[in-house]
Design a protein around this ligand. Structure first.
Ligand code: ZN
Length: 465
């Protein structure tokens, strides 16, 4: 049993399912619906199954997206059947994956015109079923998963329906280590494989990614005829999982390749210069996966939840380094930089609204806490603020991003020769890593001469509005 996924909030559900009488005899109402909220791949399905397993009850599951494929009029019938079957086997769990596929807000105007009736009927049936089983019925607990809670119809979240939420986030260092230990037991591990070191190198990996990582490493070991999985296999597997499987077939033309090379070296150079960014281990322009054309692999030394203001600014500048390099060398930017810009803006917005780092707003948290921050790429749900405050926030976010952008530009202009030298070498070799890379990057610190610790003075630059 993968007990790591097991959260306190869900232990309670296990208790309800195991001995419902204990709660109902005293007059307590057992919760019917629990929403598991978190980014894709964080093991929400596994968690639901674990709850059923732990409580020793049957597990019924269906995915919201399946309803979309059903014939007209059958969605509601399907929901009715599912609950009928479940009630016969109660106590039990019904798990609805991708609840948002049927539970999208009706008022939200999510771009669906027409074809809505079917979904609405299905949703209504679900609401009816959840309202229908009550005091007398044996316990049916509905667990539903979503990564877009903000799109759900508010009717789903009313008391007596999905009125409990459990946040299922990506695991932290300890969690990743625990998960790696589980999956590592399934393969033959070399003696000196350090799972802690692997956990340290995989921040942001979800449970599914870690399972995938261990399997990739095992495949690589087998391919080179090794009897055990070793550190080198994990190193290669991490890269594969980080940027998707290597796709040598995707050939970049010379111009694209050049842009990608300068873009990646831009990230690396700004990252090397600024404090608070992880050590750059590798730059590659071998295309991997669908999204990333090239990538810069930074290896964090530990999990860091607490970054100071300068470090955050350093990260923002590093994110903008790719785009800045394109500007410095080619005088224009490509679409490849848009994801960087989005991430930089998100970070800046968090600095202002969540981390109390705003000079204008002072120490007040303007976002609504946990809600959306971890869902990646989503907007921060801000506390209701006056138009004036909203304008101030926007202005400050823009200011942070713009300052970081200027900083990245000036670092790259100052080190233009170095940028060109490394990029040319990258174009030739496609991959630069390790000591060779570190030595080259260290040249952005002529004043330090080879020391690795860096202290960067902030140069206050006037905002160009
Ligand atoms: Zn980039």
């Amino acid at each position: 049993m993968e007990t790591y996924w097991y959260k306190t909030e869900l232990e309670e559900i296990v208790e309800f399912l195991k001995s419902p009488q204990r709660f109902t005899e005293i007059g307590a109402k057992i919760p019917k619906g629990v929403l598991l909220v978190g980014p894709p791949g964080t093991g929400k399905t596994l968690m639901a199954k674990a709850v059923a397993g732990e409580a020793g009850v049957p597990f019924f599951s269906i995915s919201g997206s399946e309803f979309v494929e059903l014939f007209v009029g059958t969605g509601a019938a399907r929901v009715r059947d599912l609950f009928e079957q479940a009630k016969k086997k109660a106590p039990c769990i019904i798990f609805i994956d991708e609840l948002d596929a049927i539970g999208k807000s009706r008022a939200g105007g999510n771009g669906f015109v027409g074809g809505n009736d079917e979904r609405e009927q299905t949703l209504n049936q679900l609401l009816t079923e959840m309202d229908g089983f009550g005091a007398g019925d044996a316990t049916v607990t509905v667990l539903a998963a979503t990564n877009r809670p903000e799109t759900l119809d508010p009717a789903l979240l009313r008391p007596g329906r999905f009125d409990r939420q459990v946040l299922v986030d990506r695991p932290d260092l300890t969690g990743r280590l625990a998960i790696l230990e589980i999956y590592a037991k399934k393969v033959k591990l070399g003696d000196n494989v350090d799972l802690k070191a692997i956990a340290t190198r995989t921040p942001g990996f979800a449970g599914a990614d870690l399972a995938n990582l261990v399997n990739e490493a095992a495949l690589l070991a087998a391919r080179r005829d090794s009897k055990v999985v070793e550190t080198q296999d994990f190193a290669e597997a991490i890269e594969r999982v980080v940027a998707g499987l290597e796709k040598k077939s995707r050939v970049l033309n010379e111009k694209e390749k050049k842009i990608v090379a300068y873009h990646e070296v831009g990230h690396a150079l700004v990252g090397a210069k600024m404090s608070g960014t992880d050590q750059v281990e590798k730059i590659s322009i071998v295309p991997r996966g669908m999204a990333a054309l090239g990538y810069t692999l930074q290896v964090p030394t530990e999990d860091r939840f607490l970054l100071n203001e300068d470090e955050l600014k350093g990260q923002i500048a590093t994110l903008l380094g790719g785009r800045a390099a394109e500007e410095v060398i080619f005088g224009s930017i490509t679409t490849g930089a848009s994801n960087d810009l989005q991430r930089a803006t998100d970070l800046a917005e968090q600095m202002v609204t969540s981390y109390d780092m705003s000079e204008v707003l002072g120490p007040l948290a303007y976002d609504k806490g946990q809600q959306n921050n971890f869902l990646g790429g989503g907007m921060n749900a801000r506390r209701a603020v006056s138009d004036e405050t909203a304008k101030e926030i926007d202005k400050e976010v823009k200011g942070i991003v713009e300052t970081a952008h200027q900083e990245a530009l000036s670092i790259l202009k100052e080190n233009k020769e170095l940028l060109e030298t490394i990029s040319e070498q990258l174009l030739e070799k496609e991959v630069i890593e390790g000591n060779g890379l570190r030595e080259m990057l260290a040249k952005v610190h002529p004043e330090l001469e080879g020391q690795t610790e860096q202290h960067v003075q902030e140069t206050e630059e006037p905002l160009a509005v």
